[in-house]
Design a protein. Structure first.
Length: 241
């Protein structure tokens, strides 16, 4: 069994590290320098970073220079998300030397393009499935993007290497992940899943780790770390006993 991936998250808006609540751009908490946050996670022992350009995701700007600064400051693996919808934006993302690029909106709105990209780049590409109920959300969660399971069927047929599954109603709430949703997705498809949204305690992490046999490969953790619910070191002690 491959090692469970713990991915601390740094979301960037207007040059600052922030956390949103339930995907609402107006409901954010600012945590300071993205570079300092990322380095803190690295220095605490993290092997991965989940890095998001929120302005690019919402189509209201770009933090590309800061994204590059964060990646160049680290010697751990980085997955990058936010506004990657065209050949040009994908090439720019890959040129940062990140280890994995996450497609969101493009995978829902432009199936032919996402299919081409998935087949060309393989494991360098993951697809973010952000859902309310069974309805996907696109454009930074402000537009509906179709049915979750229809999208999974299509993307799995394209050869997608990984899904990142977020219940938007849980994101940033510290109320625990939607374990039922994660279980359904894993049973529906053989594509490995990274859980995102709502992780609030070490108990949540332990439960996700116990789901490795059905396809949960890792977990993205944001607000719980920023708010001190537990530390990276404590999480890693659970992930790597």
């Amino acid at each position: 069994m491959s090692k469970f991936e713990l991915l601390p998250a740094v979301d960037i808006k207007q040059g600052k590290a922030v956390r949103l609540k339930q995907g609402e751009i107006s409901d954010k908490t600012v945590y300071g320098s993205p570079v300092e946050c990322a380095l803190d996670f690295q220095n605490s022992g993290a092997d991965w970073l989940h890095l998001v350009d929120l302005d690019a995701a919402f189509g209201v700007g770009s933090n590309s220079e800061i994204v590059l600064e964060v990646i160049n400051s680290l010697n751990i693996r980085v997955e990058l998300s936010g506004g990657i919808r065209t050949d040009e934006s994908l090439a720019k993302a890959l040129a940062t030397n990140c280890d994995r690029v996450i497609l969101g909106t493009a995978a829902l709105e432009d199936p032919s393009w996402s299919s081409k990209v998935i087949k060309k780049y393989g494991e360098k590409i993951a697809v973010s499935l952000d859902v309310r109920g069974e309805t996907l959300a696109a454009r930074g969660w402000v537009r509906e993007g179709g049915n979750l399971y229809e999208a999974i069927t299509r993307l799995a047929a394209d050869g997608c290497a990984m899904f990142i599954v977020t219940d938007i109603s849980k994101d940033g709430t510290l109320q625990g992940p939607n374990f039922e949703l994660l279980e359904k997705v894993c049973k529906f498809s053989q594509v490995p899943v990274i859980a995102s949204g709502g992780v609030s305690s070490l108990a949540d992490l332990k439960r996700l780790i116990s789901m490795q046999d059905i396809g949960i490969k890792g977990a993205i953790v944001g607000k719980a770390l920023y708010e001190g619910a537990f530390t990276v070191e404590e999480a890693l002690a659970v992930v790597k006993p």
